[in-house]
Design a protein around this ligand. Structure first.
Ligand code: SF4
Length: 202
């Protein structure tokens, strides 16, 4: 059932405020799917990496819970595109829910999405097809080389894609001033902050 996307290893689900990117400040129901092999050394959800640690959950249950809370669902991970996302996104949209994804893009894009946040990682680059359909490109800045990587990735996305630079949380004091300076010099980019962490909410 997991390979058909009818059951997914669900790490956690919660109703909160989207803290990052274009939709920051907007209430949304989050579904965090376990499983990721992208291997970012600074990852703040390493508990998500092993899918076997998270209970196989019927997507109907996720949809029922989400519908009770919000008209917007963010599917995150882990890396949700390790799974077939067609059934879950289809069921959510049938209920009139706007469906967003947070993905590294490292796996084939499945599912129907109202908003695609692409956050490429050097360790496992996105597939070519996702650049065309990404609504926002969110580049995490851990060190100075990430500005170069951000430009390299921005050159591949479609012309409507919004561009965000976001400091990696543990490096925020060092990198935030550099990001501010960079955005003033390169105003096609915007700053994204993990505002949920400042608000101390999930
Ligand atoms: S892609 Fe996301 S979940 Fe996977 S290792 Fe990187 S930051 Fe963590």
């Amino acid at each position: 059932m997991i390979h058909k996307g009818l059951v997914l290893p669900l790490m956690e689900e919660f109703y909160t405020i989207q803290g990052e990117g274009f939709h920051k400040g907007t209430a949304a129901y989050f579904l965090r799917v376990g499983g990721c092999d992208v291997g970012c050394h600074w990852c703040d959800v390493k508990e998500s990496w092993n899918p076997a640690l998270h209970p196989p959950t019927a997507i109907e249950n996720m949809v029922t819970n989400a519908f009770a809370h919000s008209k917007t669902v963010v599917i995150t991970g882990g890396e949700p595109l390790m799974y077939e996302m067609g059934p879950l996104t289809g069921m959510l949209r049938e209920r009139g829910i706007s469906v967003h994804i947070e993905t590294s893009g490292a796996y084939k894009l499945t599912g129907n999405w109202d908003w695609i946040c692409l956050s490429p990682k050097k360790t496992k680059l996105p597939t070519e097809e996702i650049y065309e359909v990404a609504d926002e490109l969110k580049m995490i800045v851990f060190n100075k080389d990430d500005f170069r990587f951000a430009e390299e990735q921005a050159a591949k996305v479609n012309s409507n894609c919004l561009l965000y630079l976001q400091p990696e949380w543990s490096k925020r004091e060092k990198m935030s001033p550099l990001i501010v300076e960079y955005v003033m010099q390169n105003p096609q980019w915007k700053v994204s902050l993990q505002t949920h962490k400042y608000l101390n909410i999930p």
